[in-house]
Design a protein around this ligand. Structure first.
Ligand SMILES: Nc1nc2c(ncn2[C@@H]2O[C@H](COP(=O)(O)OP(=O)(O)OP(=O)(O)O)[C@@H](O)[C@H]2O)c(=O)[nH]1
Ligand SMILES: [Zn+2]
Length: 217
């Protein structure tokens, strides 16, 4: 894992209506618009959207998209605001390992499934441990590439908690590589972002990698 990574920019919270790349205000399409688009895709795939099995599919797909992309409506920084300072000087690593991760590839809009490992070195305060998983969840429930997802999780924890270090490793399978295209099942993409002591201190990094079970670490 290279330590010489470019800084990953954090993705801004996208409101219901947003601005396009040229700065023009874009009104979010309605649910009916989304359902019509699914109907078009069914017809384009070659099936009859009015047959019994498909008649409710546009509704189901729109509802599923609300779950898959729920992360556009949450602010991950807010999730880390509540911290606890009564830790009796605890300043060792805090690691949340094997956080299940389900995201969608922004190139093909198909699932990315894997796990994330998130660690930080507290600086006089800790955060409720579930909040680390919530930050992963918010960024995962957006259209992503894995590098950006990894950087966003690490950068947000670093910015809000101001810890002595943050480490994030994500291991995931991309269905755009397994079920289509190059079709290579069993391939896992591994990305990492190390900040603070995890970047500058090889012992700290090694301890983290051994705790998540990285045999090459
Ligand atoms: N770096 C990176 N690449 C990704 C990720 N998810 C998907 N990709 C890749 O994005 C690339 C998109 O390449 P394109 O040539 O524009 O698209 P394509 O013709 O569908 O490519 P193929 O998948 O090779 O068929 C592919 O190589 C995907 O494997 C990701 O999280 N990170
Ligand atoms: Zn893809």
């Amino acid at each position: 894992m290279s330590l010489d990574r470019p800084c990953g920019a954090r993705m801004p919270l996208v409101p219901r209506d947003y601005r396009d790349a040229a700065g023009q205000a874009v009104v979010r399409p309605s649910r009916e618009d989304a359902e019509r688009a699914v109907r078009t895709l069914i017809e384009w795939a070659g099936d009859d959207p009015d047959r019994e099995g498909l008649i409710d599919t546009p509704k189901r797909v729109a509802a599923a998209y609300e779950e898959f992309f729920a992360g556009y409506h949450d602010d991950p920084e807010d999730m880390l605001r509540r911290t606890f300072e009564e830790v009796d000087g605890y300043d060792e690593m805090v690691l949340l390992r094997d956080i299940r991760l389900e995201s969608h590839c922004e190139h093909h809009m198909v699932p990315i499934v894997g796990k994330a490992h998130v660690a930080y070195l507290p600086n006089n305060r800790v955060v409720g441990i579930s909040k680390l998983a919530r930050v992963v969840e918010v960024y995962a429930k957006r259209l992503q590439i894995q590098e950006k997802l990894t950087a966003q999780v690490a950068n947000t924890i670093n910015d809000v908690l101001e810890p002595k270090g943050v480490a994030v490793v994500i291991e995931a399978a991309h269905q755009c590589m397994t079920t289509r295209g190059v079709r290579k099942p069993g391939v896992t993409m591994v990305t990492s972002r190390m900040l603070g002591a995890f970047r500058t201190c090889s012992d700290t990094r090694r301890e983290f990698l051994s705790m998540i079970g990285d045999r090459g670490g």
